[in-house]
Design a protein around this ligand. Structure first.
Ligand SMILES: NC(=O)C1=CN([C@@H]2O[C@H](COP(=O)(O)OP(=O)(O)OC[C@H]3O[C@@H](n4cnc5c(N)ncnc54)[C@H](O)[C@@H]3O)[C@@H](O)[C@H]2O)C=CC1
Ligand SMILES: O=C(CO)COP(=O)(O)O
Length: 357
C-alpha cells in the first residue's frame, strides 16, 4: 500500500461547476474535508437559497450545507483564485460550459469531470471534449471521478467508493487526496478510457433494468441484464482499447449494480416508467433531472457500428427509445436470439488483442 494519509492536510479553494444533485453532494465532501468550495449555478433563486438558507431543496432535500460552500451565479467569481475545477453538468452541457470557462481562466487548471456520458455523432468521451474545448496552455490535467455513488447517499455520509483516472496520474492522486475521507473512499485506476466508458454505458443497462421492473419481471431478469450488460460493456470497451479488468471494478460492475438496483437512480426510474407504458417525452418531462442513458444510447448504437460489436441489450433499448418498439416485444426479441456460448465474444476480442501485441 503506497499512501496512508486519508484526509488532505492541505486546504484549497475549489470551484464546483453545476449545483445539481451530484455537484452539490461533491461540494459537501470537499467542504467536509475543510476546503473552501465555490459552487456555481445558473439561477439567482438557487444561489440565494444556498447562501441564505444553506439548502439546495430541489436537488438534495433535507441536507444542510456548511458555511464553507459559497454559491455563485457569476462564473468569473466562482473561478476566482481556483486552479482545480469540478465539472458537474450533464454531458450535453460540457462543451458549452468548457468554452465559457476557457474564456475566463488564465492559469493552467485541473478539470475533474464527474459526468457519465458519450457525445452522439462525434463519439467523444468527456475528457476528449474537454481537451478539445480548453486551449492546451490552460489545461493542466483532466481527471475523471466515477463509480457507484448516488448523491443522495453521499450527502448522508453513507460509505461510498469511487475511482479517479487521468492521463496524468500524479494529478489524479492529488484529486484522490482532495476528496478522500472516512465516508468517501477514493481509489485510482490508470485506465481513463475504461473508467469513462464503464460510467457512461451502465446508464443504458440501468434504463433496461428499469424497463424490466416496470414490465413486472423479477430478479432473474434483472440479474441477467446486469450480467449480460456487463458482458456488452466489456466487449465494446475492450475493443475501444480499455483494460477489461476495469469492468470488474468500481467504474464497471460496481456502478452497474448500483444504477440497476437503486431507487435513487434516475436512469432506472425513467426505465421503470417506460416499462409501465409511459412515453419517452412524458418520462423525461416528469424527471426534472438528467437521464444520461437516453442520449448515450444513441452514441452506443453508433459505437456498435463503428467497432463492429454486438450490443443486443443496447440495441433493444435503442429500439424502444427511438423506433417505437414496445418494451415487451423488445424483451421477447432479446430472449429469442440464436443460441450462443456465454464467453465467446470477449474471448475472441482478447485473443485478437494478444495477436496484435
Ligand atoms: N446524481 C448522482 O447521484 C450522480 C450523477 N452523476 C453524473 O453527474 C452529472 C450531473 O448529474 P446530476 O447532478 O445528477 O444532474 P442534475 O440534473 O441533478 O443537475 C444538473 C445540473 O446541471 C445544470 N445544467 C443543466 N444544463 C446546463 C447547461 N446547459 N449549462 C450549465 N448548467 C446546466 C442544471 O441546472 C443542474 O444544476 C451527470 O452526468 C450524471 O450522470 C454521477 C454520479 C452520481
Ligand atoms: O451514476 C450514478 C450513480 O453512480 C447515478 O446514476 P443515475 O444518473 O441513474 O441516478
Amino acid at each position: 500500500m503506497k499512501r496512508v494519509k486519508n484526509v488532505a492536510e492541505h486546504k484549497e479553494k475549489i470551484a464546483v461547476i453545476g449545483a445539481g444533485s451530484w455537484g452539490t453532494a461533491l461540494a459537501l465532501v470537499l467542504a467536509d474535508n475543510g476546503h473552501q468550495v465555490n459552487l456555481w449555478m445558473r439561477t439567482e433563486e438557487q444561489k440565494n437559497e444556498i447562501n441564505e438558507r444553506r439548502t439546495n431543496h430541489k436537488y438534495l432535500p433535507g441536507i444542510s450545507l456548511p458555511e464553507n460552500i459559497s454559491a455563485f451565479t457569476s462564473l468569473k467569481e466562482a473561478l476566482e483564485g481556483t486552479d482545480t475545477e469540478i465539472i458537474a453538468v450533464p454531458t450535453k452541457a460540457i462543451r458549452e460550459t468548457m468554452k465559457k470557462i476557457s474564456g475566463i481562466i488564465n492559469n493552467p487548471t485541473t478539470f475533474v469531470h464527474v459526468s457519465k456520458g458519450i457525445e452522439p455523432d462525434s463519439l467523444k468521451r468527456i475528457s476528449e471534449m474537454i481537451e478539445e474545448e480548453v486551449p492546451a496552455e490552460l489545461l493542466k490535467a483532466v481527471v475523471v471521478l466515477s463509480g457507484p455513488s448516488h448523491a443522495e447517499e453521499v450527502s448522508l455520509r453513507h460509505p461510498t467508493t469511487v475511482t479517479v483516472s487521468s492521463k496524468n496520474m500524479e494529478e489524479a492522486e492529488k484529486v484522490q487526496d482532495l476528496f478522500m475521507n472516512q465516508h468517501f473512499r477514493v481509489y485510482t485506476n490508470p485506465d481513463l478510457l475504461g473508467v469513462e466508458i464503464g460510467g457512461a454505458l451502465k446508464n443504458i443497462i440501468a434504463l433496461a433494468a428499469g424497463i424490466s421492473d416496470g414490465l413486472g419481471y423479477g430478479d432473474n431478469a434483472k440479474a441477467a441484464l446486469i450480467t449480460r450488460g456487463l458482458a456488452e460493456i466489456s466487449r465494446l470497451g475492450t475493443k475501444m482499447g480499455a483494460n477489461p479488468l476495469t469492468f470488474s471494478g468500481l467504474a464497471g460492475i460496481g456502478d452497474l449494480i448500483v444504477t440497476c438496483t437503486s431507487v435513487h437512480s434516475r436512469n432506472w426510474k425513467a426505465g421503470n416508467m417506460l416499462g409501465k407504458g409511459h412515453n419517452l417525452d412524458e418520462v423525461l418531462e416528469s424527471m426534472g433531472m438528467v437521464v444520461e442513458g437516453v442520449r448515450t444510447a444513441k452514441a452506443a448504437h453508433q459505437l456498435a457500428k463503428k467497432y463492429d460489436t454486438n450490443l443486443p441489450i443496447t440495441e433493444a433499448l435503442y429500439n424502444v427509445l427511438f423506433n417505437s418498439v414496445e418494451a415487451k416485444a423488445a424483451v421477447d426479441q432479446l430472449m429469442q436470439r440464436l443460441k450462443k456460448n456465454e464467453m465467446e465474444d470477449l474471448v475472441d476480442i482478447l485473443s485478437e488483442q494478444m495477436e496484435q501485441k
